[in-house]
Write a protein that binds this ligand. Structure first.
Ligand code: PMP
Length: 279
């Protein structure tokens, strides 16, 4: 079946979806993105994703190209055209096209891209061993913007793979911030701890949902900075993201965490998250 992609208000064959070489996303990474899960005929936490898109755009001085209702509608059409039931959608909004200029052009039409891919809900068996390594967080100071300037994350993901790891956990000034493409939680004495939402991390939509689900399970949560030593002495460590849900981390820098087993809190939050998206 021919894959259909959305580009600037039109649904076209994926192979024919082309943007101009002077789109500012190419020269300046002047663009932001979202990834949303579509499951049970709806976008999971759709509104929160559209709000974060609006927020990312606003921080770069851009507007939402469409209303939330229009975005929802385009997304639904795209899933239908591609005959997808459970899928992820990638949305990217760029400032638009203009001859290379460091000054920001005003009022040029934005470029809007939406692509969809089939998605398999992660298995409930969380016992596959996940390994991570620590690296300094050398990204910029606007990590709250979901920018397409993702080179550090991509270089780190590759470094992890080259070292037989699944992920990199980043730290800044001695504190753990997040993973390359996910947020991180630790559990100590039955309490969940995660970095507060500020300019040093992306405010993950899954992170926020997990905090809500933890409340319902009477698991106490604190949003505060925590150190590398706290990470390495945690009872449980897991990451969260739209595409990986809750992912336990069993080995960090070759140290086996909590006997290398998936902790009870990670497992119960994973189960609650599956129930949540199935509702
Ligand atoms: N942090 C970073 C740096 C990310 O790239 C992502 C996923 N895009 C997340 C956290 C998790 O965010 P979400 O739960 O909204 O997918």
């Amino acid at each position: 079946m021919t894959k259909i992609t959305f580009l600037n208000g039109q649904f076209i064959e994926h192979e024919n979806a082309k943007i101009h070489i002077e789109d500012r996303s190419i020269q300046f990474a002047d663009s932001v993105y979202e990834v949303v899960l579509f499951h049970k005929n709806k976008l999971a936490d759709g509104l929160q994703h559209w709000q974060r898109l609006e927020n990312s755009l606003a921080k770069l001085g851009m507007k939402m190209p469409y209303s939330v209702a229009e975005f929802d509608d385009y997304a639904k059409q795209l899933f239908n055209l591609n005959k997808l039931e459970t899928a992820s959608i990638y949305i990217q909004v760029t400032r638009g096209v203009c001859p290379r200029n460091q000054l920001i052009p005003q009022d040029i039409p934005q470029t809007v891209i939406m692509t969809v891919s089939p998605f398999k809900v992660p298995s409930t068996d969380l016992n596959k061993t996940t390994k991570a390594m620590l690296e300094p967080d050398i990204r910029w100071h606007m990590c709250d913007v979901k920018s397409t300037g993702l080179l550090i994350g991509s270089l780190y993901k590759q470094k992890a793979a080259d070292n037989g790891c699944d992920d990199v956990i980043m730290h800044r000034d001695g504190n753990i911030t997040e993973c390359c493409f996910s947020n991180i939680f630790i559990v100590k004495n039955s309490q969940l701890i995660t970095h507060p939402t500020d300019n040093l991390i992306l405010a993950g939509i899954t992170r926020a949902t997990i905090i809500e689900l933890a409340k319902k399970l009477n698991i106490s949560t604190v949003e505060r900075k925590f150190s590398i030593a706290e990470l390495l002495n945690a009872d449980e460590v897991f990451s969260t993201s739209t595409t990986t849900f809750v992912r336990p981390i069993h080995i960090i820098n070759n140290k086996i965490m909590a006997d290398g087993k998936t902790g009870n809190i990670a497992q119960s939050l994973f189960n609650s998250y599956i129930n949540y998206i199935n509702q």
